[in-house]
Design a protein around this ligand. Structure first.
Ligand SMILES: [Mg+2]
Length: 306
């Protein structure tokens, strides 16, 4: 098995050269992952790309040895085709039994997350892309973004959405928007990458942040993101864990702050994250072979076996 030093910043070509030079062959799966044609155009070539290594490669490094806390996105990362599978629920139970702490970090609404956290084998859940934290066993959320007047805040978000509608009249408020406190959502379906970039610029001009997942677009307070919220929760609720003991997991652009190696040196994308590879400022350090919830189960098995 080739040894990969996770601290080295490889381009895909450098990585392949290194493996071939030292070991004379390349695992076919890794070769496919690193040489996929969609990532080799001139426009997409970037020093921040091509760092996806399969978990089978990770087994030859020490990067996962210390991990005790899993901070994971939900939609497209825990779910499979929009559902929790029996395998996923079993994986969460297995991780809890082995004393791995699992924290959900999702863009879903306060209303959804406050219910979910009481049913799943997790220690807590961050809702609304870093806006609120629900501890398991507590019904009172912790506000991670300071909002002095929620009524005025919702009115300001409504005005921002209506402003976007003047340029994009077809966008529709998401059905879970009524259960939100800190951000405002509308459906991402049917929107092109260019339209999403335009929306992001318009929101920035109005002093709002903007992000999107495989499900929804979010108008949100500036500076509110998953990494900021997670770092606050780790600092206040889990001070015993170092950043090397935390693995972050995700699949979409609203997870990219979780892939920032300066904050989270051990990060994993489930395979469907490759769809967004050329849209992510930060790339996950590792990538599972399987997509969606099956990819998370693959990671869980890896953590439980190491
Ligand atoms: Mg997701």
């Amino acid at each position: 098995m080739p040894h990969i030093d996770c601290d080295k910043k490889f381009t895909n070509v450098a990585l392949i050269d290194n493996i071939v030079r030292n070991h004379g062959k390349l695992c076919p799966k890794v070769r496919v992952q690193l040489l996929a044609p969609k990532f080799t155009t001139t426009r997409e070539r970037s020093p921040k790309m091509y760092r996806h290594l399969s978990l089978s490669q990770a087994s030859s490094t020490n990067c996962f040895t210390s991990v005790r806390l899993v901070a994971t996105d939900m939609d497209g990362t825990l779910t499979t085709r929009g559902k929790f599978t029996s395998a996923l629920l079993q994986a969460l139970e297995d991780l809890a039994r082995a004393d791995f702490k699992v924290l959900i970090v999702t863009g879903r609404s306060a209303g959804w997350v406050s219910g979910l956290v009481s049913y799943l084998s997790v220690v807590g859940a961050i809702a609304e892309n870093g806006g609120l934290f629900y501890r398991s066993g507590s019904e009172t959320p912790v506000a991670l973004t300071p909002i002095p007047d929620f009524v005025a805040h919702r009115q300001q978000l409504t005005a921002a959405f209506e402003q976007l509608q003047t340029k994009f009249p077809h966008i529709q408020e998401s059905f879970d928007n009524r259960f939100r406190l800190t951000d405002w959502t509308f459906d991402v379906q049917g929107l092109s990458t260019d339209e999403l970039q335009t929306m992001s610029h318009l929101c920035r001009k109005m002093n709002w942040g903007f992000t999107y997942s495989n499900v929804q677009c979010h108008i949100k307070p500036l500076g509110q993101d998953k990494a900021v919220g997670l770092l606050q929760v780790l600092r206040e609720d889990f001070p015993q864990y170092t950043k090397e003991q935390v693995v972050t997991v995700g699949d979409s652009p609203n997870d990219e702050s979780l892939f920032d190696e300066r904050c989270f040196p051990v990060s994993v994308g489930v395979a469907n994250v490759l769809e967004y590879a050329n849209q992510l400022q930060h790339q996950p350090a590792y990538c599972t072979s399987a997509a969606e919830g099956e990819g998370f189960c693959e990671l869980a098995r890896f953590l439980l076996q190491k």
